[in-house]
Design a protein around this ligand. Structure first.
Ligand SMILES: Nc1nc2c(ncn2[C@@H]2O[C@H](COP(=O)(O)OP(=O)(O)OP(=O)(O)O)[C@@H](O)[C@H]2O)c(=O)[nH]1
Ligand SMILES: [Mg+2]
Length: 575
């Protein structure tokens, strides 16, 4: 048995599991109706398989007066159902049971309380339902038919020579149930009312209509409930189906196919995107799109975010701030204090991790174009602090939005409508968080930019040494000057070559101090540039990561969801 199943394709179980998986993945993306339809198929399957699979439930369905009750009686061999002249006659379904032992729970599930024993014998295991008319003027009849048509294992459509082409039957039932070919039988009743050649014509016509409905290969039997013509064939057909015990699973398999088709068409339907309908079941975006996401578009996004976050400003401030602090630390002591009156350009932007009270984050805003408040929102937000980089301009915000939209569009290209919309939405889904995240990335990344190189300290010590020599020289000369003024004898004056030492100390100290300051300035200028370059790289990497976390990753997740959806649908449809 198992071997046979494997040959037939994936088991019902795995197809049902795949259908449920596809339904969960489609949740919130596709119309609720298609999703819940798939779920109810799975529920129904779970219920049916736990009930008697030794019984086959066949329903006689059709228009009023087609002879369902007459046929039901004829097959049961007893007048179980009322056959009337006033239309419609049957108002609730009733069941005839051949060897009905153990079928109680199944009939309870079907909610058919009226049951008759039809005996045993050739049709053992059959539960035959006589349904009300599907095209009834009474709503309750139609509801009862629709309810049971969804549940039974085998559908026997009873038509008569007058009404076999009725649109109600073909459009409302046969066409939508085309996947249920294997569990459908059509009976042309009342053939005793037709001349022999008309029967053939009728059958041919019916067959053609069924082909148009997508019901190729469905058995069409000509019978007469009144005279018994064709009944043995119908009986033996039912007997075969009952003894195979496969109708219940074939019906559920057809339900899975239909639900999967609904999910597929629901996935393609709305929005009417050009191309959406041209690629049924395609796994969507090719690798080209993926490369675009991680390549050009990702870079464009990082660029737009960087501009909006004021990266060029920060980078410039890093260079200038570095030079500023270098001069304060290594400049000529005589003039360096003047520097202290100028603000540190980097500190002014508050990118050094020292957020001032009430600082408001600038940077990009979300899709709504709203500025995001500074510290205080989430716990821990004060740890890194916010920058005082000026808020993004409208143009910069628009550029960020464009970059996000481009990412969404590129990722969505080639996807069917609703899924393309979901991908575009995913690209925007976290854009409200961008401003905050980018600002933090800037604050975090720039925090190291105020580190003081070790050589500053050495140069500072040297500066003070040289300054001390200059002061010593000045004092010495001052003393000499005072002694000369007071006409005191001059002490011996040591000289370096011809120049006296106090002069060497004063002039040499001043010159050396200025020279060291100039050389340090040169080094600080180069160092500032280097630091700016490093910061720029680090900022881009950090902001790129933010773009990846808040834009690209959600998009990838949605694409992955779509890929898993099509894969699950493929597995659900495989019949
Ligand atoms: N000539 C002829 N008349 C039939 C045949 N089958 C049923 N009839 C008649 O058609 C009429 C309707 O039969 P029913 O069996 O009540 O039809 P139904 O499909 O159950 O109708 P509803 O219960 O109203 O849906 C009755 O008068 C039957 O006697 C048949 O094979 N030949
Ligand atoms: Mg009836």
């Amino acid at each position: 048995m198992k071997l046979l199943r494997r040959k037939e394709g994936p088991s019902l179980d795995s197809r049902l599991a795949a259908l449920l998986e596809a339904a969960s993945l489609a949740e919130g993306r596709l119309p609720e109706q298609a999703v819940s339809g798939a779920r109810s198929v799975a529920e129904r399957a779970g219920a049916r398989r736990n009930l008697s699979v030794d019984h086959t439930v066949a329903a006689l369905a059709g228009a009023t007066g087609s002879g369902k009750s007459s046929l039901y009686n004829a097959l049961a061999g007893a007048e179980l159902a009322a056959v009337g002249v006033t239309r419609p006659t049957t108002s609730t379904a009733q069941a005839a049971l051949w060897d009905g032992e153990g079928a109680g729970p199944l009939l309870d599930w079907l909610d058919v309380p009226q049951r008759h024993a039809a005996g045993a014998g050739d049709l053992s295991g059959l539960i035959l339902l006589d349904l009300p008319d599907h095209d009834s003027i009474r709503l309750s009849h139609r509801l009862e038919v629709d309810r049971l048509v969804e549940l039974v294992d085998l559908l026997v459509w009873v038509v008569d020579p007058q009404k076999y082409a009725d649109a109600a039957l073909h459009e409302r039932y046969l066409r939508p149930l085309a996947a249920h070919r294997d569990v459908t039988v059509v009976v042309l009743n009342q053939v005793d009312r037709l001349p022999a050649q008309a029967v053939d014509r009728c059958l041919r016509d019916m067959r053609r209509l069924l082909d148009d409905d997508g019901m190729q290969g469905v058995p069409v039997l000509a019978v007469s409930a009144r005279t018994g013509t064709g009944l043995p064939r119908l009986r033996s057909l039912l007997q075969d189906r009952v003894s195979e015990r496969k109708s219940w699973s074939a019906r559920l398999a057809a339900d899975v196919t239909t639900a999967a088709t609904h999910l597929t068409t629901a996935g393609r339907a709305s929005e009417g995107l050009p191309g959406a309908a041209e690629k049924p079941g395609s796994s969507g975006r090719g690798t080209e799109g993926a490369a675009q996401l991680t390549g050009g578009l990702g870079r464009a996004l990082t660029g737009a975010l960087s501009q909006a976050a004021g990266v060029p400003l920060v980078v410039e401030a890093v260079a200038k701030g570095h030079r500023h602090r270098a001069i304060v630390a290594t400049g000529w002591p005589v003039t360096r204090w003047l520097r202290r009156f100028r603000p540190d350009p980097l500190r002014r932007l508050r990118v050094d991790g020292m957020a001032p009270q009430g600082a408001v984050a600038g940077g990009v805003t979300g899709a709504a174009g709203r500025e995001i408040e500074g510290p205080g929102g989430e716990p821990g937000s004060e740890i890194v602090g916010r920058t005082s980089v000026p808020a993004a301009s409208a143009v910069q915000r628009a550029q960020v939005e464009t970059a996000i939209r481009d990412v969404g569009e590129a990722a969505a290209s080639g996807l069917p409508g609703p899924w393309a919309a979901a991908v575009r939405h995913a690209a925007r889904s976290r854009s409200q968080e961008l401003a905050d995240a980018v600002d933090r990335a800037v604050a975090r990344t720039s925090a190291g930019a105020t580190r003081r190189p070790r050589w500053w300290r050495a140069v500072n010590a040297l500066q003070w040494l040289v300054f001390a020599a200059m002061v010593a020289g000045a004092l010495w000369l001052g003393v000499l000057f005072a002694m000369d003024y007071l006409r005191l004898p001059q002490p011996p004056l040591p000289t370096a070559g011809v120049v006296p030492w106090p002069t060497v100390l004063l002039v040499g100290g001043a010159l050396a101090g200025v020279l060291v300051a100039l050389l340090s300035r040169l080094a600080a200028w180069a160092g500032g540039r280097r630091r700016a370059r490093r910061t720029s790289r680090a900022l881009r990497a950090a902001i790129g990561q933010v773009g990846e976390d808040l834009v690209l990753d959600p998009v990838e997740a949605e694409l992955d969801r779509y890929a898993r959806f099509t894969d699950a649908l493929g597995r659900a449809r495989a019949d």
